[in-house]
Design a binder for this molecule. Structure first.
Ligand code: TYD
Ligand code: MG
Length: 473
């Protein structure tokens, strides 16, 4: 029998090393390597007994539609692609205190009320604590089976007996199995427990939802391999200072990955936000310089947000560029285009950029709104009121049209906006888009900047500087 050998696994990124070292080569984390014993029981292929062979089938042919368990929380159903899939495993990640336990407890309550059998296994809180939360959420009388346990063996046995349709494991980092020598919370334990629970889900047709904590740099603590094992990975994000919470699909084998669900944290738990634009724009005051409304797209849904910029003289040393809610590399690019193509200098100026409401925007379509907000602050000139902005900027300074302009314009019109600043619509869309909302078309970034500059120089108010959109377009 071959002797068991050992390897060293990084507890931060999950990479495997042959020798111990003080620092992980892959992720640079110090003191993160832990020894794991691996035994080689597997026989080489030629020595294995002949067993069952594979049954191959054709690609075409009948297949059943994926059945779904609707949670009754529309925002959650949207992100999962139409509801939970029996026999699937889902990982829900997020910072501590963001509301993962609250969301999932509410989901079990809704599912139980709809007649599904649900179980909630808490490894972090006592049953008393979960009961108190349930009381606060007004769901004391919903038939959810609750248990507090961290040992995997009893959990699997208990679930086999209970046979729930949906089970929540809160959280995967607290579980341990006595099959391994490693301490609870280590990569080896998290990996083994996730694997066992995923297998349980597949075998019993139960939907297993694993809660996972996220490290400060945004990764699910423990191995990335958990993300590969499960069918869907959802992130629950948001700023603790704001009441909005966003559930985002990061991976989904049963649906799209760019959908978001928006929630609001209230005294009585999380409530759904069916119209996020109204929420993100809530509290916007008089038009002020440095603010631009971006008509964005999150998945299939248009979402309007305010982008705020501040350009101020740098007090000393290297000027600062600080970004919240957008990509700092992208900001550097927009600033470079503004300098090189429009002659706006940011030398000796600090630039701050913020997406209001705690939303994180990933779309390049926000380029034009960012540039407009920055120019508006630099020239201390408010942008025209009741106007949404979207468009991608190329390095040459051209403004490019972006996808699904009509959806963005419709959302803006619905919320009472009067016009849009965007790229020249493509031939096929010109007629339709302009009827939804008048568009002030910008061929290149200097067109926009010169208007902001001109209105500031001549002391015009925003209305007379920008005039009527139909005339301009
Ligand atoms: P929780 O679900 O425990 O977060 P996680 O499981 O992600 O760690 O949420 C904790 C926070 O939510 C806590 O700071 C209090 C707040 N909260 C409310 O504001 N209202 C509520 O009804 C509940 C249950 C929690
Ligand atoms: Mg929790």
């Amino acid at each position: 029998m071959p002797k068991p050998s050992s390897c060293f696994v990084c507890q931060s990124c999950g990479s495997v090393h042959g020798k111990w070292a003080g620092r992980c080569d892959s992720c640079g984390e110090w003191n993160a390597l832990v020894e794991e014993v691996t035994s080689h029981n597997e026989k080489p292929a030629h020595k294995r007994k002949k067993g069952r062979s594979l049954d191959f089938i054709d690609l075409g042919g009948e297949s059943k539609a994926v059945p779904r368990l609707k949670t009754g929380i529309a925002e959650l159903d949207r992100v999962t692609g139409g509801g939970l899939v029996p026999g699937s495993a889902i990982l829900v990640g997020g910072d501590p205190g963001i509301g993962k336990s609250t969301l999932l407890l509410q989901a079990t309550g809704k599912l139980a009320a709809a007649g599904f059998k649900t179980a909630y296994i808490s490894g972090e809180e006592s049953t008393g604590q979960v009961r108190r939360r349930a009381k606060r959420l007004g769901m004391s009388h919903t038939p959810v089976s609750l248990a507090a346990e961290t040992s995997l063996g009893p959990i699997i046995d208990g679930l086999m007996a209970e046979k729930p349709d949906v089970v929540i494991i809160d959280s995967i980092q607290t579980l341990w199995t006595d099959q391994l020598g490693a301490a609870p919370g280590t990569v080896a334990q998290v990996r083994a427990c996730s694997q066992e629970l995923t297998r349980f889900a597949k075998k019993r047709g139960c939907c297993v939802i694993l809660v996972g904590h996220v490290t400060k740099d945004g990764q699910i603590a423990g191995p990335r391999v958990v993300e590969h094992m499960v069918d869907a990975v959802l992130y629950f994000e948001g700023d603790r200072a704001h009441q909005f919470r966003i559930l985002r699909a990061h991976k989904n084998r049963f649906g799209p990955t760019d959908e978001i669900g928006v929630f609001e944290m209230r005294e009585t738990g999380l409530s759904e936000v069916p119209n996020p634009s109204a929420l993100f724009l809530d509290g916007r005051g008089e038009a002020s310089s440095g603010a631009a409304v971006f008509a964005g797209l999150e998945g299939t849904r248009p979402v309007l947000t305010e982008i705020q910029a501040l350009v101020a003289p740098a007090a000393f040393g290297t000027p600062r560029r600080a970004v919240v809610g957008w990509d700092s590399g992208r900001l550097a690019m927009v600033l470079a285009v503004l300098e090189a193509r429009c002659g706006v200098s940011f030398a000796g100026k600090d630039v701050y950029l913020n997406v209001a409401g705690g939303l994180r925007i990933n779309e390049p379509a926000a380029d034009l709104a960012v540039a407009a907000a920055i120019a508006s602050s630099a020239f201390d000139m408010p942008l025209p009121p009741d106007t949404v902005i979207f468009g991608e900027i190329s390095l040459s300074g051209d403004v490019r049209p972006v996808g699904r302009a009509a959806a963005r314009l419709k959302e803006a019109a619905k919320l009472g906006f009067k016009q849009a600043i965007s790229a020249q619509p493509t031939k096929s869309s010109t007629k339709n888009d302009n009827t939804i909302l008048p568009i002030i078309a910008m061929k290149a970034l200097p067109d926009l900047i010169s208007r902001v500059e001109a209105s500031s120089e001549h002391g015009l108010n925003a209305d007379s500087a920008w005039g009527n959109a139909n005339k301009a377009a």
